[in-house]
Write a new protein. Structure first.
Length: 431
């Protein structure tokens, strides 16, 4: 089989299996190990010879220099014969390593472009809170979470909701993942000096109504985005934090003033992926005793034993779960009072926060996934299921007023009413 056909077969198999990435890794003697990430887990596919030829082929497809092996490279290409009407976009990243080079092919499913918030999996309860915030003329809407949790796809769903001829929508991204008609998209290029802050400043001189910043990576980008949100623009962006409350702490650590955070942010959405139960072998069941203590009595759960359709795993595909934290008056007051992360979490929970655990449990009880899967995913996030055997003490995160300067602990604002102590959080079984 030719190298060209071999690479195309891997990409087609990745698309057919719903894989998000294809990993090509050197394994000695010019061999290449091929793995695919399906439903969040890597699966070994095969080991093939002629590693250098294969890597040269994917570089040619992405219009990269095949002779450059000493530095990381990034490129992208489209395969018209795979995927929907616009073909399949593939993003290539290579990096030198022991034994040669490793390449990762990110498979970008363009069919997800155009999805609505309802299609993504927002519940009616969340939409009732989130949609009015999306429609505001200014402010900062943040989607947070680890790499690969679907933040960018969610932001594009928001963009699709807002994309109208009378609005000027501009983006700055690294890289541009989806090509959307009707908006202006700019990709950063560090070699040419086009950084996030530089492009963002240029966009603000072009009369934008809505700005999408691919990621807030540094203090300068955070400052410009916050100022733009306060001065009449709707700004959408992503940030790497563990949960919604951690976003406030992270921005403080970047040097953003409390008033800027309190009055710029409209909402923070944290998200994760859970594996969906296989529809072929899914069935309802009575929960075991350890789950009854967590979810309550008389609540049937769903499980899947595994079948040929799901390759005996019991799961097929993934779906997002969300945590939604709207910015409320009590939360603004807590930010001004330099509240600790635990105090912020308490105030947020009392003023409308919908947690990952709450959203995940609702979806598990509806049959989308299993309760155990939700518990596996939310493990380590601030709020955890009640009734689990071992308590968890939240670890405070340092806060800052200036860039890197520690924030002193301040007393609550005069006349502020102390919030009620929340019930103790606990780890899921087996944590």
């Amino acid at each position: 089989m030719s190298v060209e056909l071999l690479v195309n077969n891997w990409i087609k198999a990745a698309y057919d299996r719903g894989a998000s990435d294809v990993h090509l890794e050197p394994e000695g003697d010019d061999k290449l190990r091929v793995r695919m990430r399906v439903d969040g887990d890597l699966h070994h596919i095969e080991t093939v010879p002629d590693a250098k030829k294969v890597l040269a082929r994917v570089k040619v497809m992405a219009s990269l220099d095949v002779n450059e092996r000493a530095v990381p490279l990034d490129g992208r290409f489209n395969i018209a014969e795979i995927g929907g009407r616009n073909g399949l976009d593939v993003r290539l990243s290579t990096t030198p390593c022991m034994g040669g080079e490793k390449a990762v092919l990110r498979v970008i499913d363009n069919s997800r472009l155009g999805m609505s918030l309802e299609d993504l999996g927002f519940t009616k309860k969340m939409l009732a809170i989130y949609k009015p915030l999306v429609s505001t003329p200014n402010g900062l809407l943040l989607h947070v979470g680890p790499t690969g949790c679907g933040k960018t796809t969610s932001l594009y769903a928001v963009i699709q909701t807002l994309n109208r001829p009378e609005l000027n929508i501009q983006t700055v991204e690294d890289p541009v993942e989806y090509d959307v008609q009707g908006i202006t998209q700019t990709q950063v290029n560090h070699e040419l000096g086009l950084s996030f802050p530089k492009v963002l400043r240029a966009l603000l001189r072009q009369d934008p109504n809505i700005i999408l910043v691919g990621e807030i990576r540094d203090a300068e980008t955070a400052e410009i985005a916050t100022e733009a949100a306060i001065t009449g623009h709707l700004v959408l962006s992503t940030l790497h934090t563990n949960d919604a409350v951690g976003t406030v702490v992270r921005l403080l650590d970047m040097g953003i003033a409390p008033y800027g955070i309190a009055y710029a942010i409209r909402s923070v959405v944290s998200q994760r992926f859970v594996r969906k139960l296989c529809p072929q072998c899914r069935r309802s069941a009575q929960p075991p005793e350890h789950l009854v203590k967590i979810i309550g009595a008389n609540r049937p759960v769903y499980t899947a034993e595994g079948c040929p359709a799901c390759k005996r795993t019991g799961f097929q595909g993934r779906a997002p779960i969300f945590e939604l934290m709207p910015m409320t008056a009590p939360l603004r007051k807590a930010i001004y009072a330099s509240a600790s992360p635990d105090e912020l979490a308490q105030v947020a929970a009392q003023s409308g926060l919908i947690s990952l655990w709450q959203d995940g449990l609702d979806k598990a009880l509806g049959g989308l996934t299993s309760v155990e899967e939700v518990m596996r995913v939310v493990k380590g996030v601030r709020e955890l299921p009640k009734g689990s055997p071992r308590p968890v003490q939240a670890t405070p995160t340092p806060r800052a007023t200036g860039r890197g300067a520690p924030r002193p602990q301040a007393k609550p604002a005069p006349g502020a009413r102390p919030a009620a102590r929340p019930p103790a959080a606990a780890k899921p079984p087996g944590a």
